[in-house]
Design a protein around this ligand. Structure first.
Ligand SMILES: Nc1nc2c(c(=O)[nH]1)N[C@H]1C(S)=C(S)[C@@H](COP(=O)(O)OP(=O)(O)OC[C@H]3O[C@@H](n4cnc5c(=O)[nH]c(N)nc54)[C@H](O)[C@@H]3O)O[C@H]1N2
Ligand SMILES: Nc1nc2c(c(=O)[nH]1)N[C@H]1C(S)=C(S)[C@@H](COP(=O)(O)OP(=O)(O)OC[C@H]3O[C@@H](n4cnc5c(=O)[nH]c(N)nc54)[C@H](O)[C@@H]3O)O[C@H]1N2
Ligand code: SF4
Ligand SMILES: [Mo]
Length: 689
């Protein structure tokens, strides 16, 4: 295969991007080929650790199924290989045609988690904005943005990640960093060796739960009740940070009055957690104050009261006194870099960005469009039609809710361009597939705000017949006539140099610093004492008056999950989806042979009591039916205590079965538009595979 490393033999330090952590790694090259990836012990992110996904990077980038050469779908549905110039000329021509027929807004772009949320994403956003369309979608519509929105509402920034290593107590709310964020688990483990406590709140006894000092097996959707119960304890014990509340916050009285209803008995009744365990948690929290940090996971975003649940958790941290202290939740200092995003917010808002009407706060805070209503635009069921989409580093047909609808929307477009390393279920629907470069084939900046460092990944490989993100957007922009203005840099090295200019850090220096460079040596704590919180009031907002205009209560509230209020007729079970596993990453890495042999298929986890009632044995197949679809999947009856009775768990990212055939895109958080992927009403029927 014509793929060569930038050196013949040796070791190239770089950053792993098999997930979003950007661990420091070494690529070992022998005879022009990367043979293995090892950890950089001096890198602050991972301190030498490499997880199985990182170790498998070489298997993945050299996989024989990797796409090379541009593909065009013919009328018979088959793909044929065409030249890069022809592909880009045709795509540019079709975009011009769409613009003439339906306006610039009829074109859109979409980047997925594989692209990340920084530089690579910014190329796509810059491109579609320069084309004249506000319609830019990302994985943010189902990931991280709801947390960002909730924290921003309270304090004007998001403290990510907490100072795990120095915390007195870490509360994992529906997160399993042992699998999802291995470097964070490493830090939590370090804190525990020094006596720090770990509390895990999860309806499933995860690997993190097994290691925890305390595991609360709570009913999904009831986290806010627990958070209010803990706030009530802090207030009743007079143990909350009174100085912080008096001097730097607003809305405390309203919040305190609301929390009064959350007695230990009521919280136990809602969450299903025994009062004894709740009291134990309260005592642990009181003993670790103020260094008590919370880490809300993705499961709190994937439910209909997610925004308020996360606000309640952010408020709890503020009452603990954990805001911007050592061992608390830092207010990170950013780096001064040039901005790739030329968005004129007001101008684009006037153009009616897709989904603005449905979830205006999402657009206001993220300055991106929401993909869930975005699909209605693609289906021609909204104010104007979206007729074209270029997506990169995503696989929405498997990862977005209501996958039948995603597939229908994609299949109906006049122009769909896919950028991926592999032929996926989404790429199969594309008119053109432009093979993408992997992270080992590009160079980009990455920031580690908790240690105030900037790092740079190095280009390790060149693979013929694939194109990196910058080259692709640059080349297409030049064909459309706005390249000179918006993509003037020759290559990504020139972009990196331009981005860094305001920071005072030279690209050459960064290239020689595999562990990154500290962009601000001064560590400051409790910065709110000397400058206002970046909220409308300048205070930490337990109550946010600004939310009224978005139809949201000013203080966070607990909404009982539907299943505690009424039985959904015909759907007696609740399905949790997508709990992270150690190896697969959403729909990624299913090609890797060693992963395939370790976990060849998706299984539904079911409680032994539910299995017995349904007369289902381990290994048998079932049909899971939701309001919008059905899938067939083999059963894994799990050990006692692993999952709450009445709940099942199905992994995501698989093609067969695709759990998002069951998740409903209409069942969302009203403010953030995040889909319910964690409490899906379903029933199970015995069947055969
Ligand atoms: N290996 C691997 N790592 C990944 C990913 C991957 O696909 N694979 N994806 C990455 C991405 S993009 C993300 S967003 C992160 C997500 O990472 P995390 O936020 O750590 O998510 P999970 O590991 O799925 O853990 C979520 C847990 O929440 C529990 N849960 C479900 N409903 C509720 C509820 O109502 N309340 C509470 N308290 N718990 C609940 C589930 O049982 C599950 O154990 O992982 C990242 N890391
Ligand atoms: N039911 C259910 N669904 C979920 C979730 C859940 O918990 N439950 N979690 C949701 C979450 S939190 C997220 S973040 C989304 C993620 O959903 P997506 O953003 O769609 O992510 P992936 O499935 O990982 O798709 C990434 C694609 O990019 C390709 N790729 C990898 N590296 C590169 C690269 O460098 N360049 C390019 N161009 N392509 C690359 C991969 O081959 C893969 O096909 O899934 C969501 N879907
Ligand atoms: S956690 Fe694993 S996959 Fe993620 S960056 Fe680190 S080594 Fe790579
Ligand atoms: Mo995510």
């Amino acid at each position: 295969m014509p793929s060569t490393s930038v050196i013949d033999n040796g070791i190239i330090p770089t950053l792993c991007r098999q997930c979003g952590q950007h661990c420091g790694v070494f690529a070992h090259v022998e005879n022009g080929r990367v043979t293995r990836i090892s950890g950089n012990k001096s890198h602050p992110e991972n301190q030498g650790m490499v997880c199985p996904k990182g170790r498998a990077a070489a298997q993945w980038v050299y996989h024989p199924k990797r796409l090379k050469g541009c593909l065009k779908r013919s009328s018979d549905g088959n793909f044929k290989t065409i030249g890069y110039d022809q592909a880009l000329d045709e795509i540019a021509g079709k975009m011009v045609d769409i613009k003439e027929r339906a306006g610039a807004c009829a074109m859109s772009a979409w980047t997925g988690e594989a692209i990340g949320f920084l530089q690579q994403e910014a190329y796509a956003r810059r491109f579609i904005h320069a084309f004249g369309s506000p319609n830019f979608f990302t994985a943010d519509s189902v990931c991280f943005a709801l947390r960002l929105m909730a924290y921003h509402t309270c304090q004007g920034y998001w403290s990510y990640p907490p100072d795990f290593e120095r915390a007195g107590m870490t509360i994992l709310w529906g997160a399993n960093p042992a699998y999802s964020h291995p470097p964070f688990m490493q830090r939590i483990n370090k804190a525990r060796r020094r006596g720090g406590k770990l509390v895990v709140i999860d309806p499933r006894r995860t690997i993190a739960a097994k290691k925890a000092d305390l595991f609360l097996q709570l009913r999904p959707g009831t986290d806010a009740a627990l958070a209010f119960g803990l706030m009530r304890c802090l207030i009743h014990e007079n143990a909350y940070d009174r100085d912080f509340v008096a001097s730097y916050s607003r809305g405390f009285e309203k919040l305190a009055a609301y929390s009064e209803a959350f007695t230990t008995a009521y919280v136990a009744q809602q969450t299903g957690v025994p009062e004894e365990a709740l009291n134990k948690m309260r005592d642990m929290m009181l003993q670790s104050l103020p260094r008590c940090v919370s880490f809300p996971g993705i499961s709190l975003e994937h439910q209909v009261n997610g925004f308020n649940t996360i606000r309640a958790i952010a408020s709890l941290s503020a009452l603990c006194g954990a805001i911007d202290i050592e061992g608390g939740e830092p207010w990170n200092k950013g780096i001064r870099v040039n901005d790739l995003n030329p968005l004129d917010k007001e101008q684009f808002k006037r153009m009616n960005p897709a989904g603005y009407n449905s979830f205006p706060l999402f657009y206001e805070m993220m300055q991106k469009c929401h993909s869930i209503p975005g699909l209605d635009y693609m289906l021609g069921q909204e104010a104007y039609p979206i007729k074209g989409l270029i997506y990169s580093g995503a696989n929405p047909v498997l990862t977005n809710p209501n996958s039948q609808k995603v597939a229908r929307a994609f299949a109906g477009l006049d122009l769909l361009v896919a950028r991926d390393l592999f032929m996926t279920e989404s790429a199969k629907l594309a008119h053109y597939v432009i093979p993408a470069a992997s992270f080992l084939e590009r160079s980009e900046l990455h920031f580690y705000p908790e240690v105030q460092r900037v790092g740079l990944s190095q280009k390790v490989l060149a693979v013929e017949g694939t194109w990196d993100e910058y080259t692709f957007w640059h080349d297409l922009a030049h064909r459309l006539g706005f390249g000179d203005v918006y993509f003037p840099w020759e290559d990504e090295t020139a972009v990196n140099r331009w981005l860094l200019e305001p920071s005072g850090i030279a690209l050459e220096a960064l290239m020689k610093s595999p562990e990154g460079i500290v962009y601000d040596p001064k560590v400051e704590r409790r910065k709110f004492e000397s400058r206002p919180f970046p909220t409308p009031s300048g205070m930490f907002e337990f109550a946010s008056e600004g939310l009224k205009s978005f139809g949201c209560p000013t203080i966070p509230t607990y909404e009982q999950p539907e299943y505690l209020k009424t039985a959904a007729p015909g759907f007696p079970l609740r399905m949790i989806t997508g709990s992270r596993k150690a190896i697969y990453y959403h729909s990624r890495y299913r090609e890797i042979e060693t992963f395939k042999s370790a976990t060849p298929r998706a299984l539904v986890e079911i409680h032994a009591g539910d299995a017995a009632e349904l007369n289902i044995a381990d290994g048998e197949a079932v049909r899971i039916v939701s309001k919008i679809g059905a899938i067939t999947i083999p059963v894994k009856v799990v050990e006692e205590g692993r999952i709450l009775k009445g709940f099942i768990e199905v992994p995501h990212g698989w093609n067969n079965p695709n759990v998002n055939a069951l998740t409903d895109d209409r069942d969302t958080d009203p403010v953030g538009g995040f889909p319910n992927m964690k409490i899906v009403p379903v029933r199970i029927e015995k069947t055969e595979l």
